[in-house]
Design a protein around this ligand. Structure first.
Ligand SMILES: Nc1ncnc2c1ncn2[C@@H]1O[C@H](COP(=O)(O)OP(=O)(O)OP(=O)(O)O)[C@@H](O)[C@H]1O
Ligand SMILES: O=P(O)(O)OC[C@H]1O[C@H](OP(=O)(O)OP(=O)(O)O)[C@H](O)[C@@H]1O
Ligand SMILES: [Mg+2]
Length: 284
């Protein structure tokens, strides 16, 4: 039996459940008050936990696999197997000071107070720089602290930057870049085919999100030009089409962010009936 710990609420819950569903592991029952849920695999269950508790649950074996932020994993120092960057929940821990502050570098904070929900990452950061600071641990509303005399600077999560701006704070350094990771218990994950399957399924869904399947008809005389346009491929699949003229069907997988320019170029070199199709999974 494999137990996967996922965030029970907060911003990581929905995208995690969605990704598991796309990977063929729908969370069958649940709701925020439930502790456990089934999946369609009798050998895999879901455990709902606080994102910040998941690294230690996985380290200690309460869960075999977990989904949580890299910042939370690093902060707890949990010894876990890092299986996969899941590509969402991107955010940074940033060092910020009040807009009017003249303390504009980490070095200028020598002897100052830094408020944060991430005392371990923060003290490691300043230690590496050889700057002595006093860490003030808070459990929320960190942005407030410089304005009420509790701290001179903060290390807090920022993604859009809106919260910093609203609170008249300016970022002076990026301390830590985070995204959501799939992790596993070091002992149970060694040579465990079920955990490998979970990881591979999720990875194939993530990889597919950034790709599109292109299908088009190409007159034989345009094939070489079309091949030149299709970027970075092991070579497109080329098939004969039953038609009066000499038409070929060309299929290829390309990066989603190249679709716009590629389709236009393909048209200009003679490709017709171009179809762009999403891919559900892409196994290496
Ligand atoms: N804009 C953001 N603000 C806060 N955390 C974010 C943001 N974007 C991604 N994250 C990540 O989400 C994780 C925090 O998840 P958590 O469930 O504690 O957050 P939450 O949605 O703020 O929930 P809560 O309401 O309990 O504070 C961290 O790993 C963090 O890096
Ligand atoms: O750069 P932004 O896009 O503005 O996001 C960053 C803000 O979002 C988070 O707060 P959250 O909404 O989780 O509230 P909380 O402090 O109560 O957890 C985080 O603690 C920052 O305050
Ligand atoms: Mg929060």
């Amino acid at each position: 039996m494999i137990r996967i710990a996922i965030p029970n609420k907060g911003r990581l819950h929905d995208p995690t459940v969605e990704l598991l569903k796309e990977a063929g592991l729908p969370v069958l029952e649940g709701g925020t008050r439930k502790l456990f849920a089934k999946t369609n695999d009798p050998e895999i269950t879901i455990l709902f936990a606080r994102a910040s508790d998941i690294p230690e649950y996985v380290q200690d074996g309460a869960a075999d696999v977990g989904v949580t932020g890299l910042d939370l994993i690093s902060e707890t120092g949990a010894q876990v197997e890092m299986l996969l960057d899941m590509g969402f929940g991107r955010a940074s821990l940033v060092l910020a000071v009040p807009e009017e502050s003249h303390l504009n570098t980490p070095q200028s904070l020598e002897g100052k107070r830094i408020a944060t929900e991430f005392p371990n990452i923060t003290s490691r950061y300043f230690k590496n720089l050889g700057v002595n600071v006093e860490i003030v641990k808070v459990s929320g509303a960190c942005e407030l602290t410089p304005h009420v005399g509790i701290a001179d600077a903060i290390v807090d999560i920022s993604s859009s930057g809106t919260t910093l701006a609203t609170n008249h704070l300016k970022m002076i350094e990026n301390v830590f870049s985070s995204s959501v990771y799939l992790i596993a218990n070091k002992k149970t994950s060694a040579n465990n085919s079920k955990i490998e399957q979970i990881s591979t399924s999720i990875e194939s869904v993530i990889r597919a999100k950034g790709k599109r399947y292109l299908m088009m008809n190409v007159p034989e005389s345009s094939l070489e030009a079309v091949k030149q346009v299709l970027p970075g491929l092991a070579g497109p699949t080329v098939m004969k089409v039953e038609a009066s003229q000499s038409i070929l069907a060309v299929h290829a997988v390309i990066d989603a962010d190249l679709i716009f320019s590629t389709v236009n170029k393909l048209k200009s070199v003679g490709a017709k009936d171009v179809l762009v199709i999403p891919i559900e999974r892409l196994m290496p």
